[in-house]
Design a protein around this ligand. Structure first.
Ligand code: PMP
Length: 394
């Protein structure tokens, strides 16, 4: 045994005792709507590929074309020799998709939030007074990481409670040099509820606060032509990913030209990393062209989600505050959530149990993520499995 292994082993044992230990379970094949695990095909309700684009031929074709032409790697960071016309093209498409002046690409959503937010808060601190950061209690871990990296203590508002945010902004004014930053998500990854962006914008304007909104789960699925919930609103910084409804990998920030130019100079997650490679860029480019045309697909996804929420509630269970394609089945106890997921699996459904620390203590749940790739009969099979599993645990 390596010298320090007893430390790791004790930590793992503690996780096992508290039902929070995770294991990496390989899947033999990931299809558009199914996975093969342990030799068995399961319908996948645990993927963020909400439009099924990861298997769309247009994305694959452009990824292959750009790979053929430009190779497998970008070779350097964007500020060295890594910027190609492809990067500029995708950023221009993104800016127009998001209705912003400019956009900047980053390697992943986690890296974007962790490094962009950190850079922004450090810049704010340089204005002469420490910044005040107002964050939704259920913000994604990467947003916490960004605040932590800047050494800023968060002022947390109750989840999706904009009145509470308003009152906290009243209470914490700072002086005239204090930059106040509101950080939230437009759709929450574990609850599937939405922020009222019009109300958020009005509050931010009244208090002169900067708005930072993570659109990871809304982009492609919600808003006019799938542009997300911030499009058309005066949000200072919109962040999003290509890894979910856009079917690929990577992330972006959209906002003013000055903001994006400054990030390209000051954000460590942009400056000190290799530029996104050609194949990844090709898939991004094709996804951005395709997504605005998919209104019918989005409408069907939304109808399926409403149906499944109804099924959950008819079983006497709660779908939490979800109004989107992300639907929790609220369970509570981690062990019970695992048991529920086990029952779903026996009915051919992959629906992962989400447990603390990803969700609050006693907030364990099944997180269902619906995709446009699910057929009507897959949705029927899901409804059947929920009804059967509910009988066992309630
Ligand atoms: N923001 C939110 C709200 C997320 O849910 C996630 C991923 N689960 C990320 C950012 C990170 O994105 P990525 O997977 O591209 O790193």
């Amino acid at each position: 045994m390596a010298r320090f292994d007893p430390i790791f082993q004790t930590a793992l044992d503690h996780m096992a005792d508290t039902h929070t230990r995770r294991v990496l379970r390989p899947v033999q094949h990931v299809g558009a709507a199914t996975v093969i695990r342990g030799g068995r095909e399961l319908i996948n309700f645990s993927s963020n590929d909400y439009l099924g684009l990861s298997h769309h031929p247009a994305l694959g074709a452009r990824a292959a074309e750009w790979l053929q032409q430009d190779g497998t790697g970008a070779g350097a960071s964007r500020l060295v020799t890594g910027t190609s016309p492809r990067h500029m093209q995708v950023e221009a498409r993104l800016a127009s998709f998001k209705g912003c002046e400019a956009a900047v690409l980053l390697s992943s959503g986690w890296q974007a939030n962790a490094s962009v937010l950190a850079a922004l808060l450090r810049l704010a601190a340089g204005q002469g007074a420490p910044p005040l950061v107002f964050t939704d209690r259920l913000n994604h871990a990467s947003l916490h990481q960004g605040c932590m990296a800047a050494g800023v203590r968060q002022i947390r508002f109750r989840h999706n409670d904009l009145e509470h945010l308003d009152s906290l902004l009243d209470r914490h004014a700072g002086d005239e040099r204090t930059m106040r930053v509101i950080v939230t998500e437009s759709v929450f990854s574990m609850d599937g509820d939405r922020t009222d962006i019009a109300q958020l914008t009005a509050i931010a304007r009244r208090h002169g606060a900067f708005t930072y909104v993570d659109e990871a789960h809304a982009t492609g699925v919600l808003g006019q032509q799938g542009r997300g919930l911030c499009a058309g609103h005066d949000i200072d910084l919109v962040m999003g990913t290509f890894s979910k409804a856009l079917g690929g990998f990577g992330a972006y920030v959209a906002g003013s030209r000055a903001l994006c130019d400054w990030l390209a100079n000051a954000c460590s997650g942009f400056v000190f990393t290799t530029a996104p490679p050609p194949a990844v860029l090709g898939a991004m480019d094709a996804a951005l062209e395709l997504v605005p045309t998919l209104n019918e697909v989005r409408a069907r996804l939304s109808r399926n989600a409403a149906h499944i929420r109804h099924v959950i509630q008819a079983c006497g269970l709660s779908s939490g505050p979800s109004t989107t394609h992300i639907i929790p089945i609220m369970i509570g106890e981690a062990a019970q959530a695992l048991a529920f997921a086990g029952h779903m699996e026996t009915h051919g459904i992959l629906a992962t149990a989400i447990r603390p620390p990803t969700v609050p203590p006693n907030g364990s749940r099944i997180r269902l993520a619906l995709s446009a790739a699910h057929t009507d009969s897959m949705i029927d099979q899901l409804a059947h499995a929920i009804t059967r599993a509910a009988r066992v645990i309630t």
